[in-house]
Design a protein around this ligand. Sequence first.
Ligand code: GRF
Length: 211
Amino acid sequence: MVVLISGTGSNMSALVEAARDPAYGAEVVAVGSDRRGTRGIERAEAAGVSAFVVPFRDYADRFEWNRAMAEAISAHEPDLVVSAGFMRILGPAVLQRHTAVNIHPALLPSFPGAHAVRDALAHGVRITGTTIHFLDEGVDSGPIIDQVAVPVEDGDDESSLHERIKTVERRMLVDTVGRLAREGWTVDGRHVRFGRTEHSVTDASDTKENR
Ligand code: GRF
């Protein structure tokens, strides 16, 4: 897999650690970012993982940047792209070539977008959480693979709540990506199942199936 990050990269580091065990079933072939000089890229390099940066600001527009990102990703020939704290929207240039999953720090479809933890707190929900889903061309809108709930505690602020979500998120990400790699998956409309059940695919336009 290629893991995409924009910041600290704690989720990416959890994947790199898990993948050191050959029984995990997946390998991190590269880590990519849209930003130079992030802690995440330093962490990847320190762990001996190949890293690349395609800075958004170096491109005329979103389209050109997506094309460059698609090329940088494809150079590593991943079977799966994992967006783990990657704060840009991947367009068709990437998504038509690669199957990608994303983690989001809220229980989708509630609170999509870049400020999910802040928005959940502002709304006063008592339970929020994290979601891992396949990427489509919308914002946090693709088929959901797994979700874990995290209670909001009295006195939580954005940072304390996000840290608790991230603890749960790292476990969910490692478990889910490992299962995808080991068991395969089928997407049937909005429904994702682990395992290779070819006959259950009903909507080819909406469907990505893998080994
Ligand atoms: C995660 O909570 C992820 O869901 C969100 O950004 C955070 C990234 O954290 N999109 P890290 O870079 O993995 O530490």
